[in-house]
Design a protein. Sequence first.
Lengths: 143, 107
Amino acid sequence: MTEAAAEMRSVVIEREFAFPAERIWRALTQPHLIEEWLMKNDFKPVVGHRFNLRGEWGGVLDCEVLTIEPQKTLAYTWNFSHEDAAFDLKSIVTFTLTPTRNGTHLRMEQAGFRPEQKQASGGAKFGWEKFLANLEEVLARSK
Amino acid sequence: MSAAHDLLFRTLADPTRRAIFERLCREGEQTVGALTATSGVSQPAVSKHLGALKQAGLVRDRHAGRQTHYSAQPGALNPLIDWTGQMAGFWQNRLDALDDLLKRMDQ
């Protein structure tokens, strides 16, 4: 993927929890707790530590800790290698905690480049069946 | 969800219509007649499905003599393939799980 052709994208999800930042920080940084809400992992709260997140679907994410500011900011890379460039993803996930009157505001931002999409030139290689299976799942859930 | 997403989801929600679209993706351009021969539904029904797919931008038609040829427009799916949409749903679910965990955790 050439950087010039890549397009920066991001997802931002914000939510307020009725719990102190200290408790949320533990859930974000202790491996046995991360596993309970996110995925199996070998996370360590050390900048530069490389770890994997293993999804129930068999997918493995390659991650590296980028920022640790206890109870404030946690950032790590969130990369997914896939032989089909359309599913390949290089991104950075950043959690930011801000105390509020009744608890803590959590902002999750995932920023990255749009995967290269080859279907315009070679549609046949595109993972149609996989995509449509996913779509069915989404539709079943959105009823 | 945007109106464009909504139209794509609604259009592809019908199994027969989705089968026609998948077939055009797999096999390339086809006439209504060829699609009817193997779809198990009548020609007017196939034409109606093709009309809906065309409206959603999923197929394009090309007239040649008395025949109309239809081809898939995979680019129309780009809004759904975009990882940001998928990840937004993923994170909403994960944060629900995080909230559950926080309630269970020791003080």
